[in-house]
Design a protein around this ligand. Structure first.
Ligand code: NAP
Length: 474
């Protein structure tokens, strides 16, 4: 059975409850998992609080050394971490290896960033005063993570929090507990002091409730859907806890008439079909200039139909299964609604094989604003195509969304590249680039896609308080 890691001890749920996890590629149960609730969460919070004073008092060099050791262990364990990801959420094994690499890179980045937690000395208005600003950790942190990147979303929170001097209680998604267990085995091997990093699993609303109600938790960091993010923000506001929210997206992807069409089509393939379209920054609306639409659709269709669908554990697989039945129902609903309202199917639109979760990579054209797919996150391998005539129209259509996480556009015109980037209301923008995520840059959304940033030098700020000391020296 997969257990929780509380105060350095692998623990079953206090209630004794457990649940079962399935492999979405085979439908088979792969293991049982401890099913914790608020009692377990509170125990972990107390452990995190107990050790906070000593952990935060360590020198940055010491904290950095633990993180550096964790980075090295993660690289040694790369294959077992990647396999855990693929078996429980279906991602092709090569994508899982890539995820473990970036997950480890976050740890390395924050091992280094820990040494750069500079404060400030501000010139005072009078000669008798000295004005100092100190950077101090916010305190014990509660982290909640999603299933679609079940290792990298964890280290993107854990590494900056631990580097800043915070302690952490983390709850992963119920679909992907073993990826988290494997990561915490690495944390155990790196010999972090007991209680510094804790793992609880189980009933999400009750664990989330313990996180928001327990006064010992000073910050909630969440990655997941916008709906759950809003609930957590509301609950956290009662104690004015710090929050950072990495929420849903609905990325526009614009192909201008002067774009390199081959490169843009490759970009669509990566952005839309990676992780079977189950990524927060994946393309949700493809805007193609009217003058090149027909040509571009042809290039894209050919590429989409060559994608290899199958169990992610097989090396050749490029598109794995959807996570579960409800994901399949949502994708089917979006496609059916679009077709009922006049969209045209270019390719796909059905399961590879009945009774499985392998949905064929799909392209729809003649898609309009009235269709559900234009406004809601599909979280599946479906690419709806729209057309536009002018740069202004493309920008307006792209910005017409409650979401503001990622946007992409392809052009070879330098002026347009600068103009469009400045006007898109999105936190992450790929210009002729379908993979903008990197550890050294800030990642996060505008509008209902969230608040705060992860990654880069900005990613540690959310775990720090600015404390101001006004000193009269006379
Ligand atoms: P989700 O349903 O919101 O779940 C995310 C996490 O929240 C899981 O650990 C889940 O636990 C937990 N949770 C659910 N209800 C809760 C509650 N009432 N209180 C406390 N915790 C609760 O999202 P998901 O389906 O796992 O992930 C997909 C979503 O995440 C998409 O919207 C995607 O765009 C977004 N996402 C955003 C980013 C980003 O960086 N902006 C990155 C990746 C994903 P259980 O699994 O136990 O229910």
């Amino acid at each position: 059975m997969k257990k929780m890691f509380i105060n350095g001890i692998w623990s079953e749920a206090i209630s004794g409850e457990k649940y079962k996890v399935k492999n979405p590629a085979t439908g088979k149960i792969i293991y049982e998992v401890a099913y914790g609730d608020e009692q377990d969460a509170n125990k972990a919070i107390e452990a995190a609080n107990e050790v906070f004073a000593t952990w935060s008092a360590k020198s940055v060099n010491e904290r950095s050394k633990y993180l550096y050791k964790l980075y090295q262990i993660m690289l040694e364990e790369k294959e077992s971490l990647a396999e855990a990801i693929t078996l429980e959420m279906g991602k092709p094994i090569n994508e899982s290896r890539g995820e473990v690499n970036i997950a480890a890179e976050y740890v390395l980045w924050y091992a280094e960033e820990a040494r750069r937690l500079y404060g400030e000395i501000i010139p005072a208005s009078t000669t008798n005063k000295r004005l100092h600003v100190l950077k101090q950790p916010v305190g014990p942190v509660a982290a909640i993570t999603p299933w679609n990147f079940p290792v990298s979303m964890l280290t993107r929170k854990l590494a900056p929090a631990l580097a800043a001097g915070c302690t952490v209680v983390l709850k992963p998604a119920s679909y992907t507990p073993n990826s988290a267990v494997k990561l915490f085995e690495c944390i155990e091997k790196a010999e972090f002091p007991k209680g510094v990093a804790n793992l609880v699993m189980g009933r999400s609303s009750r664990i989330g409730g313990a996180f928001t109600n327990n006064k010992l938790i000073k910050k909630i960091t969440f990655t997941g859907s916008t709906d759950v993010g809003k609930q957590l923000m509301e609950a956290a506001s009662k104690q004015v806890k710090r929050v950072s929210m990495e929420l849903g997206g609905h990325a526009p992807f614009i192909v201008f008439e002067d774009a390199d069409l081959e490169k843009a089509a490759e970009g669509v393939i990566i952005s839309k079909y990676r992780n079977a379209g189950q990524t927060c920054i994946c393309l949700n609306r493809l805007y193609v200039h009217r003058s090149i639409k027909e040509k571009f659709e042809k290039i894209l269709k050919e590429k989409v139909e060559q994608l290899v669908i199958g169990d992610g554990i097989e090396e050749a697989t490029e598109v794995g299964p959807l996570i579960d039945e409800s994901a399949y129902e949502k994708v089917t609903y979006h496609v059916k609604d679009a077709l009922d309202k006049g969209a045209v199917l270019v390719t796909g639109g059905e399961l590879e094989k009945e009774g499985t979760l392998f949905y064929k990579p799909t392209v729809l054209t003649h898609v309009t604003n009235e269709m559900v797919i234009t406004n809601e996150e599909t979280f599946g391998p479906v690419c709806p195509i729209y057309e536009f005539d002018t740069e202004e129209e493309a920008i307006q259509k792209a910005n017409d969304s409650i979401y503001g996480l990622a946007a992409y556009y392809y052009t070879r015109d330098l002026g347009k590249a600068l103009r469009v980037g400045e006007r898109l209301d999105y936190g992450i923008i790929g210009v002729n680039d379908a993979v903008p995520t990197t550890v050294q840059a800030p990642f996060g959304g505008m509008k209902e896609s969230g608040t705060g940033r992860e990654g880069g030098r900005q990613g540690i700020e959310g775990f720090l308080e600015d404390k101001f000391l006004s000193i009269d020296i006379e």
